[in-house]
Design a protein around this ligand. Structure first.
Ligand code: SF4
Length: 373
């Protein structure tokens, strides 16, 4: 579920989200629910309410939205994981209690940094103290499954500072940590600053040092690096994202949300007014679709799967991609990468080696071909 409202726009963000002030939030929520009535699966296994910043909804909006979503999908009877994304400035103990009452089991809080100047550089509207207060409020309300989001390798960062911040965050004993290095995505303030020379990327070796520090420190705190940027306490890996990384099917609802069903990927408009108009007219808002060939789907399965510590089992990848040809076109590439020391074959699965892990993006991208069969 994509609820596209935020307090302001963060400088690194390329998701579809808009500042909430002056927007028709109730009208958008009604449109999202109307779309859910036509497209949301009954009895989903996982639900991820993201955006945007769903926690900025007020208690009444959250109550109406979650109650109605449950009436449509009965997710409270079926889902083993229901996540809601939040930001520190809009998390209160009462709100989290309400979420728990309405079936939300997992809260993700965007800390992003513990340095005031970096929060400012990122365009975040909360303070470091607010992040800790949001965390404490969530735990006090009884939230048992917490993810904290952090970003490293921002301009001006150094490895020692990152290690210190990371340890401070891990002292909170989060169940899950997402730690991404700052990406300069197109059409963001950061990409403009980079083009204009107003900021500079950190040298790759410093980024790599921070990445290795993240893996080492999370390990010391009992967390497992189950995906290249995601770390979990035992049993706390994000099931929703695990399905996505296994190239499983999913239904996305809301403006800009993407779905992947029966080999067809499709998405809604990245704009609120056209989204609402389509929903009111047709009950859905499919703006674009693309049918992936089994070959393309297989390439994506490898691309996504190699970022996971479990790696890729060729037979499972072929099954996920509905690829039925006798020759597996991915195996020669995988074997070449084994020879280069970047992948290893362990109990039937291809996985990144210690040398390959820092190069995960590049290695995984080797499997994304044009694919024409
Ligand atoms: S809060 Fe999240 S979704 Fe909203 S602008 Fe910032 S990064 Fe993007």
């Amino acid at each position: 579920m994509h609820l596209p409202f935020c307090e302001t726009k963060c400088h690194y963000c390329d998701f579809f989200s808009v500042p909430a002030l002056g927007q028709d939030i109730d009208g958008t929520l009604q449109a999202v629910l109307a779309e859910a009535r036509t497209r949301a699966p009954l009895h989903p296994k996982t639900v991820f309410i993201g955006g945007g910043t769903p926690s900025l909804l007020n208690e009444n909006q959250l109550h109406v939205f979650l109650t109605e979503l449950n009436a449509i999908t009965h997710f409270q009877d079926s889902a083993t994981e229901v996540t809601l994304e939040s930001n520190p400035e809009s998390v209160t103990r009462d709100k989290v209690a309400l979420m728990l009452d309405h079936g939300v089991q997992r809260l993700s809080i965007g800390f992003q940094s513990l340095e005031p100047q970096t929060l400012e550089l990122f365009g975040r509207v909360h303070s470091v103290d607010q992040s800790f207060r949001a965390h404490d409020a969530a735990r006090a309300a009884g939230m048992q499954d917490l993810n904290l989001d952090m970003i490293y390798a921002a301009p001006g960062h150094d490895a020692a500072g990152w290690e210190k911040a990371l340890k401070r965050v891990l002292e909170l004993k989060p169940d899950h940590l997402s730690a991404y290095n700052l990406a300069f995505e197109e059409d963001t303030v950061f990409s403009r600053w980079l083009r204009n020379g107003e900021v500079q990327k950190l040298p790759e070796e410093i980024e790599l040092e921070m990445f290795q520090t993240t893996r080492e420190v999370t390990r010391q705190y009992g967390m497992h690096a189950y995906e290249i940027s995601n770390y979990a306490q035992p049993g706390r890996a994000c099931k929703h994202n695990e399905n996505y990384w296994a190239n499983g099917e999913y239904v996305g609802i809301g403006p800009s949300a993407v779905s992947y069903v029966n080999g067809v990927r499709g998405g809604s408009p990245r704009a609120i007014a056209p989204y609402i108009k389509s929903i009111n007219k047709a009950g859905h808002a499919v703006d674009w679709t693309e049918r992936l060939s089994p070959r393309q789907s297989l390439g994506e399965t490898w691309w996504l799967g190699l970022r996971r510590s479990a790696g890729v089992t060729p037979e499972k990848a072929r099954a996920a991609a509905h690829f039925t040809e006798a020759q597996d076109p991915m195996l020669p590439q995988a074997e070449l990468l084994v020879e280069q020391g970047l992948l290893e074959l362990v109990e039937g699965s291809f996985r990144l080696t210690q040398r390959g892990i820092p190069l995960a993006d590049r290695v995984a991208a080797e499997f994304l071909g044009d694919g024409d069969s």
